[in-house]
Design a protein around this ligand. Structure first.
Ligand SMILES: *Cc1c(COP(=O)(O)O)cnc(C)c1O
Length: 322
């Protein structure tokens, strides 16, 4: 197996904590949490592990500027802007749609980090991204493109090593449950489970995709990640566990289930979730526990992937304080 080049950006290992009051409140299986919201870089989150490898690749290729894209409240964009600032690289973010009336939450942090922001407006985001990349290249800025969610084989490798980290911490849960969207986190964990012999189940709660689409893209990316790390292995969509029952009204739309999950974690354990990803995944976890999906004797690890700055985005704060 190959260990790719890596720039340390995260505080690792992240802690694993028991959730006794949440476990009691739900009267279900034993719950634990892995705190990847505490990876340390600019309020943390799961993209930091991926960026350790992607930023190393960018620097090795002589990049002066990194370019990526996402939603206005993208945690991925905020962590990329912070990594670029720390390494002295430029950062251009292609954000979907038009600027909101106020710059709050992650968007405020992007501005403080001095990221250049390009709003895609009515243009398809991929086209805006490609045009920005071509312009930066023509201007001699040596741009490096980081995919949405930092989810290619190089980024997903961050979660292959995160699975190794979990096992080295002596933690062997029956289930790992987390928010899955662009699929890099899940693909990395699945590849890591194969490589390091983890026998528990890895259940992604889909944030925005139908199950069959997410299963297919995670299986593909897990194979690419394994190949990148020099241990080729085959995964098929049927190997990938996804639950897409909690999509609500779509990406970034916080409903009652997310709000109640955020309140329950805060009020039983003093832990904040985010409105878009971990709030939705936790709402799914809570519902599955209430439906007796897990056996009572099992150990279930909720992998916190970050995102708390979005709590302070005006559009979510207004709903959360209602
Ligand atoms: C990006 C993100 C996810 C989803 O991770 P993927 O690797 O894109 O599936 C989950 N939670 C938070 C807070 C995120 O920012």
């Amino acid at each position: 197996m190959k260990i790719p080049i890596r720039i340390p950006l995260a505080y690792l290992p992240t802690s694993i904590e028991p959730l006794p009051r949440l476990t009691a409140a739900l009267a279900g299986p034993e719950l634990l949490i892995k705190r990847d919201d505490q990876t340390g870089l600019a309020f943390g989150g799961n993209k930091t592990r991926k960026l350790e490898f992607l930023m190393a690749d960018a620097q090795a290729k002589g990049a002066h500027t990194v370019i990526t894209g996402g939603a206005a409240q993208s945690n991925h964009c905020r962590q990329t802007a912070a990594a670029a600032a720390r390494l002295g690289l430029g950062c251009i973010l292609i954000l979907a749609g038009d600027p909101p009336p106020t710059s709050s939450g992650n968007l405020l942090l992007d501005l403080l980090l001095n990221a250049e922001i390009v709003w895609s407006g009515a243009k398809p985001r991929d086209q805006a991204l490609q045009e920005t990349y071509d312009d930066a290249r023509a201007a001699g800025r040596f741009p490096y493109l980081i995919p949405y969610g930092a989810s290619n084989a190089i980024g997903a490798a961050g979660y292959t090593f995160a699975l190794q980290e979990l096992l080295e911490q002596g933690c062997n849960p029956d289930w790992i449950v987390f928010a899955s969207s662009s699929g890099g986190t899940q693909a990395g964990l699945v590849a890591g489970a194969h490589l390091f012999g983890f026998k528990g189940r890895i259940l992604g709660i889909s944030v925005d995709k139908k199950a069959s689409d997410l299963q297919a893209s995670v299986a593909q990316l897990a194979m690419e990640t394994a190949t990148w790390l020099d241990f080729p292995v085959k995964f098929s969509p049927g190997d990938i566990l996804v639950n897409a029952d909690y999509l609500g009204s779509g990406y970034g739309v916080m409903g009652n289930p997310e709000r109640q999950a955020i309140q329950l974690f805060a009020q039983t354990e003093g832990i904040f979730l985010d409105p878009v990803y971990t709030g939705r995944a936790a709402a799914g976890l809570i519902d599955l526990i209430r439906k007796s999906f897990f056996d009572p004797g099992q150990k279930v690890l909720f992998w916190h992937t970050g995102g708390e700055p979005a709590l302070f985005a005006d559009k979510y704060a207004a709903i959360l304080t209602r």
